[in-house]
Design a binder for this molecule. Structure first.
Ligand SMILES: C[C@H](O)[C@H](O)[C@H]1CNC2=NC(N)=NC(=O)C2=N1
Length: 160
């Protein structure tokens, strides 16, 4: 255990700098959105998502609604959407564990998998599609599934 803490303390500046830590465990003062170097492709000066090729207009509309809804944000690469879920405590019904498990089951059903991290009662999730690369209906579908599960399992409102 002590070794783990030691490692985390030593590694934190590196991980933070390289963006491999989710926002909620990164040091204060680092950029709000973090991305690993492999995600860090050059960005055009636009906030328009980079759509997975073949994405239809209805999906685009739904994705933009998720983003403008304030819970989901476009990731720095513009190829994914991400948000953070928070549950009241770690122990209370282990809601965050149920959340992770139920999403994992759905990932297997949909053959679509997130980039995610869990620390105590918080879960950071990013949805993006590898092939064709970009934001797709699968990401939107899974994002909505996450929202529903979060509500069902009693996620804590922002700032509480
Ligand atoms: C063969 C398999 O279905 C594919 O490799 C799936 C697996 N999970 C995936 N997950 C995500 N997020 N994007 C993908 O393109 C993807 N592809």
């Amino acid at each position: 255990m002590q070794l783990l803490f030691y490692y985390l303390l030593r590694a934190r500046p590196f991980l933070t700098q390289h963006g491999t830590l989710p926002r909620f465990i990164a040091s204060k003062g680092t950029p709000r959105r973090l991305s690993t170097p492999t995600f860090g492709k050059a960005q055009a000066p636009t906030n328009e998502p980079q759509w997975s090729s073949g994405t239809d207009e209805a999906t685009k509309k739904e994705a933009l609604e998720l983003i403008s809804g304030g819970k989901w944000s476009l990731s720095t690469t513009r190829m994914g959407i991400e948000r953070e879920f928070k549950f009241k405590t770690f122990a209370k019904a282990m809601a965050q564990i149920l959340f992770i498990n139920q999403i994992a089951d759905q990932c297997e059903v949909k053959k679509h998998h997130p980039e995610w991290a869990n620390v105590y009662n918080k879960i950071a999730i990013r949805w993006t599609t590898h092939n064709p690369e970009g934001l797709s209906y699968k990401d939107v579908e899974m994002a909505k599934f996450c929202d529903d599960k979060g509500t069902e399992l009693g996620e804590t409102e922002r700032g509480k």
